[in-house]
Design a protein around this ligand. Structure first.
Ligand code: NAG
Ligand code: NAG
Ligand code: NAG
Ligand code: NAG
Ligand code: NAG
Length: 406
């Protein structure tokens, strides 16, 4: 096993070296034949920020790039970084190395977004992230990148938001609205005036109203110009929604859905209702995004069974398939399952899909792991700075191309 791993490591290294050599020679060729433009930095001189509509940004590979970006996008001193995600401050051994991997889509490039240009292009705009803690991770990444170039911020919270900031020079507001399931939910217990659920033997559980948005974000569509949604992790979380002791009980129009349906069918109902709620209540020029599922990387067991993520390098494609393919039905299989539901629900809607799953599947190295400060390893959230910075590069590349089209 160790031998196999070492072999695959060294072949990875030689492949990386090869790709680097190719890149460098390509860059050299370009600079030879293009003496009209001054190139500010070798690495990004041929990577224009304009979007390429034919390119699938989500299909690519990670390249180790030892050239240091200066100045960095932001660092561990950004106050908004949640302690458990601040891998540099908590001395995770590979915290700096995480930042040297660059996502390279096949057929185009996805360079780091230009924070000042973004602020200038999106003056007087409100941007809302609606979802679970993984969307907060993405929100913090964007906040820190913008704060680095435009430090005058006002902290305040739009209605229902958990966190929010306005970048005063640009009147651009970003906010995070916390919601686990998108739909409203709360504890349910059997009552004495026996209803249908009682008659079926249910005693305790969670009532989930599939057609009612969580109060934390119900006002968000009328406030924000740009919205980024996610849901997923909580639908496959038996430690909270135990199928026997505290099952999810779905309600529609205020009455129980009968016969009761399993969580994956409930997810479909919630997505259908929430997507149409957003489309009906969004501002006329709103840009709507749904982010795909963020993969977890527990190996050797789930989070509560001693699972861990000690890797310090991204996975190779074969390892990605072993960990995530539906066929293998491993610990982290829910990620691609959630995506099947999302893709079905979003087909034919005005939502843009922000497909971050595949690029993230490689990054077993980029979680807080034991540096998360919890009793178990955190192989779910991401170190900041880190991977979700690339999610924002993708997000802003999409925004720029939408803006260019309008
Ligand atoms: C470089 O620029 C010079 C003058 O601007 C031009 O004559 C020459 O053809 C250019 N070389 C290449 C390789 O484009
Ligand atoms: C883009 O690439 C991803 C990752 O390989 C793939 O899942 C997705 O289907 C592709 N999208 C399109 C529109 O081809
Ligand atoms: C990280 O290392 C620094 C310098 O050695 C030390 O001061 C700090 O206490 C360490 N932080 C943690 C969370 O271990
Ligand atoms: C700031 O932007 C909002 C729209 O998001 C707009 O309603 C408001 O008038 C702007 N404020 C100023 C001072 O321009
Ligand atoms: C996948 O594995 C889980 C346990 O790890 C099991 O409960 C489930 O039935 C399996 N699903 C399929 C389709 O094999």
């Amino acid at each position: 096993m160790a031998k196999k791993l070492a072999a695959s490591n060294s072949s990875l290294a030689s492949r990386l070296l090869l790709s680097l050599l190719c890149l460098v020679s390509l860059l050299l060729c370009f600079s030879l034949f293009r003496n009209d433009t001054a190139s500010p930095s070798l690495t990004y001189s041929v990577l224009p920020e304009q979007s390429n509509s034919n390119c699938n940004y989500s299909n690519g590979r990670w390249i180790y790039d030892h050239t240091v970006r200066s100045p960095p996008r932001y660092d561990h001193t950004c106050k908004e970084i949640f302690k458990g995600w601040n891998c540099i401050a908590s001395n995770k051994s590979n915290a700096m190395d995480i930042l040297k991997w660059r996502w390279k889509p096949y057929g185009c490039d996805l360079p780091p977004f230009d924070a000042l240009r973004f602020l200038g292009n999106f003056r007087d705009t409100n941007i809302g992230f609606v979802g679970d803690s993984l969307n907060r991770n993405m929100f913090v990444s964007l906040f820190c990148a913008l704060k680095q170039v435009s430090p005058e911020v006002k902290k305040w919270r739009p209605v229902g938001a958990d966190r929010g900031f306005t970048f005063l020079k640009y009147n651009l507001t970003i906010a995070y609205h916390r919601t686990n399931l998108l739909a409203r939910y709360g504890r349910w217990s059997a009552s004495s005036n026996s209803g249908i659920l009682e008659s079926l033997g249910y005693k305790e559980g969670y009532r989930i109203d599939v057609d009612m948005p969580d109060g934390t974000w119900a006002e968000a569509p009328s406030f924000h110009d740009i919205l980024v949604f996610n849901t997923g992790h909580w639908w496959w979380a038996p430690s909270k929604f135990d199928p026997v002791n505290s099952p999810m009980l779905f309600f529609e129009k205020g009455v129980p859905v009968t016969p009761p349906v399993p969580p994956d069918a409930g997810l479909d109902m919630v997505l259908k209702h929430m997507v149409s709620f957003v489309e009906m209540n969004a501002r006329p020029s709103a840009m709507l995004f749904f982010r795909t599922q963020s993969p977890r990387h527990f190996e050797g067991g789930d989070w509560d069974q001693g699972g861990s993520c000690p890797r310090v390098q991204p996975l190779v494609p074969q390892e990605v398939e072993e960990l995530f393919s539906l066929k293998h039905n491993g610990t982290n299989v829910e990620s691609r399952l959630v995506n099947e539901h999302l893709h079905r629900a979003l087909k034919g809607t005005t939502f843009q899909i922000l497909d971050i799953t595949h690029m993230s599947e490689f990054r077993a190295d980029a979680h807080p792991s034991t540096a998360g400060g919890k009793r178990h390893d955190d192989c779910m959230h991401w170190c900041l700075p880190g991977l979700t910075d690339t999610w924002n590069d993708l997000f802003i590349a999409h925004l720029n191309s939408l803006k260019a089209r309008n």
